[in-house]
Design a protein around this ligand. Structure first.
Ligand code: HDE
Length: 703
């Protein structure tokens, strides 16, 4: 039998700059092996043993069985097998960043919390943005609520403001949360759909939960399709309390307002982004921070007294209600800047453990029953996810102020306390931590009386009036998007009775909305509305609830895609780059092939993205700058036709030169005010700052 020659095994990884020439290693089957250069640290096991060979497991002979004895293999594989921790049951998909909060206005009158009283102080923080329904590997852009969680590492302990990008919630009582989440998650028998609410179990549950109707208006609006995590608002949702030095408390709601203004995508765009770049939001945040364009938000508060709360036409303890800005104006008190991307995604973004119960002296809870349930849930979930009551010792979770107590031991204990005292009070250790009556945390002394019961307050009974207020406060474009989203979602249902029930609820909110949706899902007549617990009221409209009304007149932080080919006009490309850069936005060049493109003047330009992998959904506005030959070639290219057609369909401004005409024609573009000649740069920039809303009726039939 012929002797079998052992095969060389390539050495993985880059050779070190100073790597010595590969030397054959005798007696290991003839494979060659590169030794570590002197300046490289040794690869070791977790016990510190230097590893000689990280490419071959220990075998009985070169082609024989692997030996159980190979403790190096077993340690490595075992560790690998345990690399994942349970993902969050909700909000599994997230993006985090470090930054700081700077207070600009003191709330000393209302609170003792130093983070809210020391003007000019910068408090380090970690923020995590997330989708709710999908798993940790799901796409960034499904229609979904976004988590907006901020951990402030204050001098007085960690304060976690764990909010969402929508100021209300689905349910009024924490006991309903597991049902809500089970209903929206993939259906248990089939394991789909992932990260989508457009399925029977979600709408079945919602149709039986009238208190969620206000939230339904928000999730069916474009708020659930943010253009960027940098362009969303954030809300603490619940009413909290601030407590001052005299022990007096004031109610507070927290709001984050993005410096770049509010902006959303539209549904067809969000769907296509998910295919083009499922990490769209994470990458956008990474790119912005890497480029030094640090995302920023204002922190604002709504403050109100018990007497004012008593006069509201809704209950401030009900998380399905908001307090319109027109009723209690927002006061801006500071800003958050995110300026550092985590060094390690797992260690920081995955292991960060937020708990609404993490507050500091001067901040306290209200009786919102949803908040009360959350105060339990998050600590419990961290014990399950991170596996130990010592999760606060993980660097991302550890307070940055001194912390000490007599809690001891436990799984994965990292500290090694000394001495014989592990209890408080004591007389044996003078320097051991003791309670501090004067400066420690105290709950607001609130009178509580009444009979114990499982009864929802009557003041929680109005489920439709704020839903109506939200819908009617939207622009006509936004109303059409909302109605169409409902049609889309309800059309996916297999069970017609759920559709009927949902349209029945809509009748209470707005009859026109109900008719639009009924028409969209093919109902001949409006179904019977369920009985409402209380009569629906007409609140004053609140324009602050719009997105379009809250877009800022800016292109800053956005991206303009410029489609070019060989022979494109250099001067036009330079002009658009200059104009876009002046607004604080950036240009990305797209061409059929990656590498350099040779322009009209013979110069070379490096391309940022290849056409097939860089569709126009990645951009806020586009320019098409082509030579005649380039346009002729691209007219036979589906990706180029889609580039233009989608930009037009997604209501984006399009700047086009003479050469681009052929491609526009091939894409069937009927020019409107948002399709702008390349030399009218000011008009293009102005149009790029918004969407061409009036175009929509010509490209899509909305409900
Ligand atoms: Fe959460 N929620 N939630 N939630 N939530 C979690 O905690 C829960 C609610 C929110 O980036 C979990 O660490 C209950 C409202 C965010 O790590 C869990 C109830 C709001 C995040 C949990 C709610 C939120 C979570 C899962 C009903 C907006 C992600 C993993 C009473 C104010 C934080 C985890 C991050 C995460 C429970 C309702 C926001 C299971 C029981 C209302 C932003 O503990």
């Amino acid at each position: 039998m012929a002797k079998i020659k052992a095969v060389d095994s390539p050495v993985k990884g880059k050779p070190a700059k100073s790597a010595p020439a590969a030397i054959p290693s005798v007696g290991r089957g003839g494979e060659w092996h590169q030794t570590a250069a002197g300046d490289q640290p040794a690869l070791t096991t977790n016990q510190g043993l230097t590893i000689a060979d990280n490419q071959n497991s220990l075998r009985a002979n070169p082609r024989g069985p692997t030996l159980l004895e190979d403790f190096i293999l077993r340690e490595k594989i075992t560790h690998f097998d345990h690399e994942r921790i349970p993902e969050r049951i909700v909000h599994a998909r997230g993006t985090g960043a470090h930054g700081f909060f700077e207070l600009t206005k003191s709330l000393k009158k209302y609170t003792t919390a130093k983070v809210l009283t020391e003007v000019g102080q910068q408090t380090p923080l970690f923020a995590r943005f997330s989708t709710v329904a999908g798993g940790s590997g799901s796409a960034d852009t499904p229609r979904d609520v976004r988590g907006f969680a901020v951990k402030f590492y204050t001098k007085e302990g960690n304060w976690d403001l764990v909010g969402n990008n929508i100021p209300v919630f689905f349910i009024q009582d924490a006991i309903k949360f597991p049902d809500l989440v089970h209903a929206v998650k993939m259906e248990p028998d089939r394991g789909f759909p992932q990260a989508a609410s457009a399925h029977d179990t979600f709408w079945d549950y919602i149709s039986l939960t009238p208190e969620s109707m206000h939230m339904v208006m928000w999730i069916m609006s474009d708020r659930t399709l943010p253009r960027s995590l940098r362009m969303m608002e954030g809300f603490g949702i619940h009413t909290f309390r601030l407590v001052n030095a005299a022990g007096e408390s004031t109610f507070v709601k927290f709001h984050w307002r993005p410096k770049l203004g509010l902006q959303s995508t539209i549904w067809d765009e969000a769907v296509k982004i998910a295919g083009a770049d499922s990490d769209f939001h994470r990458r956008d945040m990474f790119d912005a921070i890497s480029a030094g364009n640090f995302p920023e938000w204002e922190l604002a508060v709504q403050l109100f007294s018990q007497e004012e709360a008593d006069a509201f036409p809704f209950d401030h303890l009900d998380a399905t209600k908001l307090i319109p800005e027109e009723l209690v104006p927002l006061q801006v008190i500071g800003r958050m800047v995110l300026n550092r991307w985590p060094e390690n995604f797992f260690a920081e973004t995955e292991q960060v453990a937020f708990c609404p119960s993490h507050v500091v002296p001067g901040i306290d809870f209200s009786n919102d029953p949803l908040l009360q349930g959350r105060l339990f849930s998050y600590l419990d979930t961290q014990l399950s996810r991170l596996g130990s009551p010592n999760f606060h010792q993980i660097p991302i979770n550890a307070p940055k102020c001194p912390f000490a107590n007599q809690q001891r031991d436990g799984h994965m204990q990292m500290t090694q306390p000394t001495g014989r005292v592990s209890y408080e009070p004591n007389t044996l250790a003078a320097n051991s931590p003791h309670e501090q009556p004067a400066k420690g945390f105290r709950s607001a002394a609130v009178d509580e009386a009444g009979a114990k019961s499982r009864i929802r307050a009557e003041s929680f009974a109005d489920h439709y009036s704020q839903a109506r207020q939200f819908y009617r406060s939207q622009t006509a474009y936004e109303q059409a998007h909302l109605a169409s989203a409902l049609v889309f979602e309800l059309s996916k249902l297999e069970h017609p009775h759920i559709r009927d029930a949902m349209v029945g609820h809509l009748c209470h909110i707005d009859e026109d909305l109900a008719k639009r949706v009924a028409g969209g899902v093919g109902l001949d007549a409006l179904p019977q509305a369920p009985s409402a617990a209380v009569a629906v009221r007409d609140f004053d409209l609140s324009p602050a609830l719009q997105i379009i009304g809250k877009m800022k007149d800016t292109l800053a932080g956005r991206v303009v895609g410029v489609l070019i080919t060989h022979g494109s006009n250099r001067a036009s490309i330079d002009a658009i780059k200059k104009a876009v850069a002046e607004t604080g936005a950036k240009v990305k060049l797209v061409a059929p092939t990656i590498g350099d493109v040779k322009l009209s003047d013979g110069s070379l330009l490096k391309i940022d993205g290849q056409l097939a992998g860089t569709p126009s959904v990645m951009f806020d506005a586009v320019a098409i700058i082509l030579s005649d030959a380039g346009a002729a070639a691209l007219s036979k290219e589906a990706a180029a036709i889609d580039f233009v057609r989608d930009a037009f369909g997604h209501l984006k401004a399009i700047s086009a030169d003479q050469g681009a005409e052929g491609l526009l024609k091939k894409a069937g573009i009927e020019k409107d005010a948002g399709v702008i000649a390349i030399d009218a740069m000011d008009r293009f920039i102005a149009a790029a700052k918004t969407r061409q809303w009036d175009r929509e009726a010509s490209v899509r039939t909305l409900a």
